[in-house]
Design a protein around this ligand. Sequence first.
Ligand code: FAD
Ligand code: NAI
Length: 572
Amino acid sequence: MNKLIDVTIPDIGDFRDVPIIEVLVKPGDKVAKEDPLVTLESDKATMDIPAPQAGVVKELRIKTGDKVSEGSLILTLEAVASVTAETAEPLKPTPVVQAGKPGSADIRAEVVVLGAGPGGYTAAFRAADLGKQVVLIERYSDLGGVCLNVGCIPSKALLHVAKVISEAEEMARQGVNFGKPEIETDKLRGWKQSVTAKLSKGLAGLARQRKVQVVQGVAQFASPNMMQVQTRDGGKTVSFDYCIIAAGSQAAKIPGYPDDLRIMDSTSALQIRDIPPRLLVIGGGIIGLELACVYDALGSKISVVELLDGLMLGADRDLIKPLQKRIEKRYEGIYLNTEAAKIEAQKDGLKVHFDGNNAPKPQLFDRVLVAVGRKSNGKAIGAENAGVQVTDKGIIPVDKQMRTNVPHIFAIGDIVGEPMLAHKASHEGRVAAEVIAGHKVAFDARTIPSVAYTDPEVAWMGFTEIQASEQGIEFEKAVFPWAASGRALAQGRDEGMSKLLFDKSTNRLLGAGIVGPNAGELISETVLALEMGADAQDIALTIHPHPTLSETVFFSAEVAEGTVTDLYIPKK
Ligand code: FAD
Ligand code: NAI
């Protein structure tokens, strides 16, 4: 065995307790003399600590975030006389390795982005804007990923239609009667597609303007610095210095159900092939309830079956109540604590057998929508060929800079796990691109807001009451019921509420929840307030326009301050 050397921090001048912001090597890596091992960052400078001599890294004794001073042990190195600067693998970027053809890729990229969803295209465009030469690989001809093509945008287009239909229906209460809507499904589908096509073409244009090269094909890692892409014109290799994996997620399936076109996932449900007389939605999460809302307005009779004891369990129960009350009136059935255990495909429909204490009898449905969560695509990209770690659930773990266990490979969006939201993916995409460009950034948002675009909408951010209680945080809850909002009443929708949670020790905003029409727009103000560290007084002294729904946030802050005049709250 060769000699083991303890590598310590050399003389770094007057600096002490300097944080390590990056560990550039891992056990087993060969390094040449002077290769950088770790990067330190003080408030004045960033510096790399070089290898004192060539060798193989045996054991790391530090991790990112540790603080070091002169003499701190960082790793042990097995000295290898034969490893020289010429023979050692350069550390960052590592060389293109492809069996038989080293260095001979068809396409070369400084940054390759795998997947053109909201995470991937944002990362690609930001990296290009920061001067990187970028290749964006996407298996479909349309850019935009799940969100633009089969997720956020088409669902919101259809939810807009649903809103107009149900608002028109409800105008009868104000003495305005419209006839029953006639729905031309082909035209409706065509309009929805025109919306997504416009956006997708827009993205292709934005890629061209930035000189981002788009490669259409299915990509797999061939090695830590090479992608193998199956294109229409055959296999192509793309070599890269850095990679951002943004390959997203897919709908989770329930094993054992028959292979039948009448059993839909969100993608096929969004196609609106027809309007089934009876639709069963399996899964009372956001996807299930948004699509239930669409089909309900189009005229289907809806049933929802949910395994757990509540709908959309991520949100506080008081926010879900107005939604549940409304849909209980409109839908045929909402079965909680119930499982759709078996489906039999019959000629005249799908016979569904339920399991659970209050399970209904077997029933026949024309269609079933399975919306029981999404599964990250980590297992489908050959990650093992690049040494990228993937969990059993297909999730790729990353640090706050979106870096995987392989230092030059990053991952963002649904593939790194919950929450699986487009705005999270795009924010992470920006962070990854900026880190690659050398910016000192990390994902440090205080909150990622959630919105269910159901009717009524439900939105929340920061801590929920449940989370704050679980963590033992003392908070004050301030609620403004929309029954006291002039604007809500004028819109004929007074079932909503706005709720703010304040940290008792600082009086700063801790979390917020809003339910009611447009809650998804209203929540942004509270996100900004949280990010700015606003307290109840800051919000209560901010003049809001009257009469608006946005006032309900301000009134809630007044409730917390004890200054509200639009409600009467007896003094304690
Ligand atoms: P994706 O959008 O999944 O993009 C990944 C891309 O990678 C895809 O285009 C895919 O084709 C490509 N790809 C994968 N593997 C390969 C490969 N091997 N080779 C080449 N290309 C590959 N989020 C919200 O924030 N708001 C909403 O209103 C909302 N509504 C939704 C409604 C529905 C019905 C669904 C299903 C999702 C919704 N989401 C919503 C979630 C949102 O769509 C996702 O969080 C978001 O799309 C994730 O972005 P991403 O970039 O990580 O991945
Ligand atoms: P989800 O995980 O939010 O909800 C799925 C529901 O199905 C859960 O309540 C679960 O208990 C239930 N379930 C699981 N197995 C079941 C079974 N066998 N029978 C009955 N119920 C069962 O997943 P969902 O709604 O599919 O959404 C996936 C992701 O997409 C989420 O992460 C969500 O954040 C995101 N999304 C976001 C939207 C938005 O922001 N507006 C819209 C749509 C999706």
